[in-house]
Design a protein around this ligand. Sequence first.
Ligand SMILES: NC(=O)c1ccc[n+]([C@@H]2O[C@H](COP(=O)([O-])OP(=O)(O)OC[C@H]3O[C@@H](n4cnc5c(N)ncnc54)[C@H](OP(=O)(O)O)[C@@H]3O)[C@@H](O)[C@H]2O)c1
Length: 248
Amino acid sequence: MTVGIPIRRLWPEPSELPLDDAALTRLYGRADRPRLRVNFVSSLDGAVSVDGYSAGLSGEPDKRVFGLLRMLCDALVVAAGTLRHEGYRAVRLDERRRAWRRANGLAEYPTLVVVSGTLDLDPVQAALADAPVRPIVLTHAGADPPPGLTDVADVLPFGADRVDLAAGLDELHRRGLSQLLCEGGPHLFGALTAADLIDELCLTVSPLLAGPGPGRITAGAATPPRQLPLRHVLAADDGVLMLRHARP
Ligand SMILES: NC(=O)c1ccc[n+]([C@@H]2O[C@H](COP(=O)([O-])OP(=O)(O)OC[C@H]3O[C@@H](n4cnc5c(N)ncnc54)[C@H](OP(=O)(O)O)[C@@H]3O)[C@@H](O)[C@H]2O)c1
C-alpha cells in the first residue's frame, strides 16, 4: 500500500514506481547482528532545527520513514535533552505496525532507552509514565535518581562519573535489544560518534535553507572524521532526499 507523497529510489537502482511500505521495510530492514542506527532530519544548509524544533524540517515522507524505523527496532534510544525539549510521548505504534512486529516475532512495542548524565528526568512525563514497555535509563554511578523515577523505569549506571555508552549498549544487547534506533539529539550523536559506536545514519535532507543560527545534527568535543559509505538514496515528490549510510 502506498500512502501520501510518493517516495522513489534514485540509487543504486532507480525505481520508476513509488515504494510502498513493504518495499521501504525491505530497504531499511533489520540486521542479523547488533546494530545502532541513527535517524536525523536536517535542512539543506545543515541545520538540526527550525525555531528550536525538528518539526519544521520534517514532512509527511520523513514521518513515514521515521515511523517505519521505529517499527523495525527493538529499542529506541534518545538523549534526555531531546526527550525533554521535544516533549516525547509514550512510544506507540499503530495496529498495522504492531501486527508486522508480532508476525516477525518481535515485542509489540520497542523499549524506550533514555541517556542522561544528570537524571534530570520527570517521572510523570508521558514517555516514561505511559510507556507500554518499562523504559530503561542509561546513566552513570554518580547520578541520583529523582523521586519516582525508579518506579517507572530501570535506571542502569555505566561508568563512574560519565555514561559509558559502549557498556550501556552491551547491556541492551544482553537484554535481547539488538536493533537500536537512536533519534538523537546532537550531543548524544556526537558522543556515540566519538566512541565509534555508529553503524548507520539515516538522514533526511529537507529542501530548505534554515539560515545561520541553529546547530548541526552533531555536537560536543571534536572527533576524528569517520567514513560511512552511502547505501541508498530515496527522493520524495516534495523534494526531500533520504540517505542511508552504513558501515560495510
Ligand atoms: N533534526 C533532528 O532530527 C533532531 C533530532 C533530535 C533532536 N533535535 C533537536 O536537537 C535539540 C536538542 O539537542 P541537545 O543539544 O539538547 O542535545 P541532546 O543530545 O538531545 O541532549 C543533551 C542531553 O542529553 C543527555 N545526554 C546526551 N548525550 C549524553 C551522554 N553521552 N551521556 C550522558 N547524557 C547525555 C544529557 O542529559 P542530562 O542533562 O539529563 O544529563 C544532555 O544534557 C533540539 O532543538 C531538538 O529539537 C533534532
